[in-house]
Ligand binder design. Structure first.
Ligand code: ZN
Length: 312
């Protein structure tokens, strides 16, 4: 049984998106409460530090960050994207939340490079997988998983990183960032067609991108079969030295933003499959980032299953 470190921060709870927005602070409240209920795994909670610009710049240019932070309002909310996606919003506290969410992954990387800790979960928001190199998208500003991958490559012997994304939406940001970089494998299973519209199987990068689009209504059995066939199989072939998970819980049958039928326990199966590969090739090292998931009950149950999977 592995100990699990959890990175989070109160600033991640004070990122506001306004009344009725699905990406709300209660998501993280549910997750943290649920983690506190688990008594058969040893957790170690740490406050996420602020990410340094120089580390974020491994992925996003400084001018991109400056443009975002200049738009932050003194009160109320400001939409960053143009229609039809005007729901990626900045509130007065956004800068700290964005920097802490990214800083979680950087500290997690340092912990895993340096010590004997193997599994870390970053319970953070805003999420990251839709953020492209220079484009805010889908509630995401900085691609937390991508920065961690580049940080690991720049600060350790680790060169081959796999990013596995089981959020129900395609991680267009992560795909764009690594599209021409065969040192990083990106594998995503996602409902298609659905926001953001990318993620066809034909989008292969330089042979490092593996997309598994699935239809609305896909059952849990089919999902797991496809995940194993189209994602895990290719990750095994890649032999990653490190695994990062973009853990969205919106393929759950209760989720209001998608129509896939995973049950909470399925997140245990998915996570176990990933951890098996990590144990075989990556010295057991896994960092998982919270991405989407918009039903509070589904989140609180699914996170338990996910952490159980990470702990073995
Ligand atoms: Zn999602």
């Amino acid at each position: 049984m592995e100990n699990i470190r959890i990175y989070s921060h109160s600033a991640c709870l004070s990122k506001e998106n306004g009344e009725g927005h699905p990406e709300r602070k209660e998501r993280l409240d549910s997750i943290l409460e649920s983690i506190n209920d688990i008594d058969d795994i040893n957790f170690d909670f740490k406050d996420a530090p602020l990410a340094k610009y120089s580390d974020i710049n491994l992925v996003h240019p400084q001018s991109y960050l400056d443009d975002i932070f200049l738009m932050i309002p003194e009160s109320g909310l400001v939409g960053v994207e143009k229609e039809p996606y005007a729901d990626t919003l900045l509130c007065p506290n956004s800068k700290e939340a964005i920097l802490r969410a990214c800083g979680a992954g950087i500290s997690a990387s340092d912990d895993l490079i340096g010590g004997d800790l193997k599994r870390i979960f970053c319970a953070v928001r805003p999420p990251g997988h839709h953020a492209e190199t220079s484009r805010v998208n889908g509630f995401c500003f900085v691609n937390n998983a991508a920065v961690a991958a580049r940080y690991l490559q720049s600060n350790s012997e680790i060169k081959k990183v796999a990013i596995i994304d089981f959020d129900v939406h395609h991680g267009n940001g992560t795909q764009e960032i690594f599209y021409n970089d065969d040192s990083v494998l990106y594998g995503s299973i996602h409902q298609h067609p659905l926001f953001p519209g990318t993620g066809l199987e034909s989008e292969k990068g330089v042979g490092n991108i593996f997309n598994a689009p699935i239809e609305s209504g896909t059952s849990s059995t089919e999902f797991i079969e496809i995940f194993n066939d189209k994602i895990i199989k290719n990750v095994i072939e890649f032999e990653p030295e490190f695994i990062i998970i973009s853990a969205g819980f919106d393929a759950h049958k209760r989720d209001p933003l998608a129509s896939i039928n995973l049950n909470s326990e399925d997140y245990l199966t998915l996570t176990q499959a990933i951890v098996e590969v990590a144990n075989q090739y990556s010295d057991g090292r896994v960092i998982s980032f919270l991405e989407g998931g918009y039903d509070l009950l589904a989140l609180s149950e699914s996170i338990k299953a996910h952490l159980k999977g990470l702990s073995v």
